[in-house]
Design a protein around this ligand. Structure first.
Ligand code: NAD
Length: 480
């Protein structure tokens, strides 16, 4: 089921992506046939495998879809959810192609999924299932450092990525680049600092860049900065939790609603994200949380008054049945495909500004790219330069101190300057800097189209135009 709240005439997730693609590609002059080549999904592999569990053989169904190989390896997460199906995986793989092109990570698009409720299994059982799935994919090069590099997605995280990396290594004992077969690994297993927070951090950087442009903020019917803006977040998982936490703690946003599987918490005075996250960890849901108001039908909170709505859970949640009622003037698609094609039209007509998924949640693949590069270069970012940078800064600070002694009281350094300036950047700071740069650059490329083409009125179409043009250039260079 790809559109949980869908009305009868609602297109599927896959169809929604195609409709949005078609809307954009109609505005580009491509060589005959190239449009179709870009749109179609190159291949989808379906695997059914058995694992002996709890005294019987359980059969699982999984997918790995490769949308476009205009660049290799192809990249995209692996999702563990009961909603996984071929349609969904193909839609997500297509989005990966456009996302990678938009943020200039040198990958084609792919996605994988296993139809499973991860909460229904013990950790050791889940490990066996994950390893078996990884084995099935790796033996067909659907997990491979130079062919196909998965990452976490809904229902998976560092733990699963570590199992996958280890499984690949066991099957390829002489591959010196084995660690680069998957990203999102824990630090001790070849991961990179800042990958867990990356997608949420990217959402924050995307919003900061949007709010740096007063004309764009005004287009969304708002003014000022992020400070004090009322935000509703759906899904307090990896992406939603980090986005909500950073926006609250670092940008002064008020998180006034959090929607989870079992309902929502609403509090106009602002929700303590950390405390609610902890509560969910302890109790499995938001119900019973002692602060704010509990709303059993969480989905209705998508329609509450707020400045910014961040769907960060799953696809199809804003659809033909509720789009008209959504009041937020700005929607940031932290999840993939949360707005169906029909809802997108309704919202555009209403003047809602939508920061599209392929941009808003690209922080994950961006930092995955850094991790892949780190694995291939076999060295942590900053290891060679950090102390040398500090030594050079010390020279300058020493010289300034010497001069200031001559000037006496007329000149002194601001408190903390020395301490801040002297410190060389560690891996986390470098990763955040690279991510920030990526999000800003990609926003500007998208914004450029939005503001400069008379036939484009929304950021999603702009994002598609930038991506499709880049993919097309790449295919042309390949000499198809
Ligand atoms: P996650 O599994 O960590 O979190 C998902 C959260 O949504 C969970 O807290 C879950 O309880 C909640 N949820 C599930 N169904 C819900 C419902 N019906 N209503 C409200 N809440 C519900 O997953 P994630 O990694 O945070 O991914 C969330 C979205 O972000 C997905 O669309 C995914 O494709 C996208 N995304 C993730 C990454 C990443 O790096 N993890 C990168 C890019 C995009």
């Amino acid at each position: 089921m790809s559109s949980p709240n869908a009305a009868g005439n609602e297109p599927s997730f896959r169809e929604s992506v195609d409709i949005m693609f078609n809307r954009a590609v109609a505005l580009i002059d491509l060589p005959p046939g190239l449009e179709e080549k870009i749109r179609v999904c190159n291949a989808t592999y379906t695997v059914r495998f058995g694992v002996r569990l709890r005294g019987k053989i359980e059969t699982f169904t999984g997918y790995r879809s490769v949308h476009s190989e205009h660049m290799e390896p192809v990249k995209g997460g692996i999702r563990f959810s009961m909603g996984v199906n071929q349609n969904e995986v193909e839609a997500l793989a297509a989005l990966m192609t456009y996302k990678c092109a938009l943020v200039e990570t040198p990958f084609g698009g792919s996605k994988g999924g296993l139809c499973i409720d991860p909460r229904a299994w013990e950790e050791d059982e889940l490990e066996r299932i994950t390893r078996r799935f990884a084995y099935e994919l790796a033996k067909r090069d659907l997990i491979h450092p130079s062919q196909n590099v998965p990452a976490p997605d809904m229902g998976t995280g560092e733990r699963e990525m570590e199992w996958i990396a280890d499984q690949y290594r066991r099957m390829n004992t002489t591959d010196i680049n084995a660690a680069a077969c998957v990203t999102g690994k824990p630090l001790h297993a070849g991961g990179i600092a800042g990958r867990v927070e990356a997608t949420g951090r990217g959402v924050q950087y995307a919003m900061r860049e949007f709010f740096r442009e007063p004309a764009d903020v005004q287009a969304a019917g708002m003014s000022g900065s992020l400070d004090g803006k009322h935000v509703i977040v759906q899904g307090l998982g990896n992406v939603g939790y980090h986005a909500a936490k950073f926006l609250k703690d670092e940008d002064g946003c008020l998180i006034t609603g959090i929607i989870e599987r079992d309902g929502a918490i609403v509090d106009e005075t602002g929700i303590d994200v950390e405390a609610l996250h902890h509560w969910i960890g302890q109790h499995g849901g938001v119900k019973g949380y002692p602060h704010g108001t509990y709303v059993e039908d969480g989905a209705v909170v998508l329609e509450e008054d707020c400045d910014i709505l961040i769907p960060a859970a799953l696809e199809g949640v804003i659809n033909l049945s509720n789009a008209e009622n959504v009041k937020a003037p700005l929607i940031v698609e932290a999840a993939n495909g949360p707005i169906t094609a029909g809802a997108d039209e309704i919202l555009n007509r209403k003047g809602t500004v939508i920061i599209p998924d392929m941009y808003a949640n690209a922080g994950g693949v961006t930092v995955s790219y850094f991790e892949w590069v780190k694995n291939l270069s076999h060295i942590r970012f900053g290891r060679m330069q950090r102390r040398q940078e500090e030594a050079r800064h010390e020279l300058i600070v020493g010289e300034l101190e010497r001069l200031s002694q001559h000037l006496g009281d007329q000149w002194s350094m601001t408190p903390n300057f020395k301490q801040k300036y002297l410190r060389g950047a560690d891996e986390l700071e470098l990763v955040r800097s690279g991510l920030d740069d990526t999000m800003r650059t990609a926003f500007q490329s998208m914004r450029d189209v939005w503001h400069n083409r008379a036939d484009v009125s929304d950021l999603r179409t702009s994002a598609y135009l930038v991506s499709i043009n880049r993919v097309a250039e790449s295919y042309k260079a390949k000499g198809l």
